[in-house]
Design a protein around this ligand. Structure first.
Ligand code: IMP
Ligand code: MG
Length: 207
């Protein structure tokens, strides 16, 4: 699996220079890797009765690009998760929107933007398993392994990334930066200015 460590990061567009430290994964690299993930998933899921369950809202771009590479019939569903924590302790993941598709006996692919502490994916997988899918697989674009608190590994992972707060390609900080077509490291002063007591590199935040 590729590590997101480009030798030389491309220039940041002027409008974002004050907020972003560097581009970690350029648009072209994302596109290549998403296509590869799509091929792997196609191979494993083709011919199955598949439901793709995406976790809102950070999967918006990844999901849209990924499912374009899945050339078989599937159903699409969404779950919402919030994380409430205090101080530097990451909160528990709470479901704010439940899946509505009938997943009993079906093959389920759960899609999330980033695997961080692991609480979100663990919580969602546990909840979906209650409905007795035939098989449940997980797919994340990014994996910040250093932050894991729960022993969980995604079945399909786009990139391993270092322990830094990233934005773009659907990922946000305070609902901003989701529209960036690349993945970039946010300058620490941006999140420290927003809330010095709760830097997001230590505080899990699901959205
Ligand atoms: P986990 O429950 O700690 O694994 O957190 C997963 C969720 O936290 C993701 O779905 C993201 O919404 C959010 N998150 C974790 N790290 C980052 C980051 O670096 N940037 C933006 N969002 C993040
Ligand atoms: Mg998310």
């Amino acid at each position: 699996m590729p590590k997101a460590t480009p030798a030389k990061s491309p220039p940041i567009p002027p409008a974002w220079r004050s907020d972003l430290d560097r581009i970690l994964i350029p648009q072209t690299e994302i596109a290549k890797r998403v296509e590869q993930l799509g091929l792997e998933i196609r191979r494993d899921f083709a011919g199955r009765d598949t439901v793709v369950v995406a976790i809102l809202n950070g999967t918006v771009m990844f999901l849209a690009d990924l499912i374009r590479h899945l050339d078989f019939p599937l159903k699409l569903d969404f779950v919402g998760v919030s994380s409430y924590g205090t101080g530097t302790t990451p909160g528990e993941a709470l479901l704010t929107k439940h899946a509505s598709a009938d997943i009993r006996g079906r093959d389920v692919l759960v899609v999330d933007d980033i695997l961080d502490t692991g609480k979100t994916l663990d919580r969602v997988s546990l909840q979906l398993r209650q409905f007795r899918p035939r098989r449940l697989r997980t797919c994340v674009l990014l994996d910040k392994k250093a932050r894991r608190q729960i022993k969980i590994k995604a079945d399909y992972t786009g990139f391993q990334i270092p322990n830094e707060f990233v934005v773009g390609y659907g990922l946000d900080f305070a609902e901003r930066y989701r529209n960036l077509p690349f993945i970039a490291v946010l300058k620490p002063e941006i999140f420290l200015a927003a809330d010095p007591a709760r830097p997001p590199v230590r505080q899990a935040k699901a959205s």
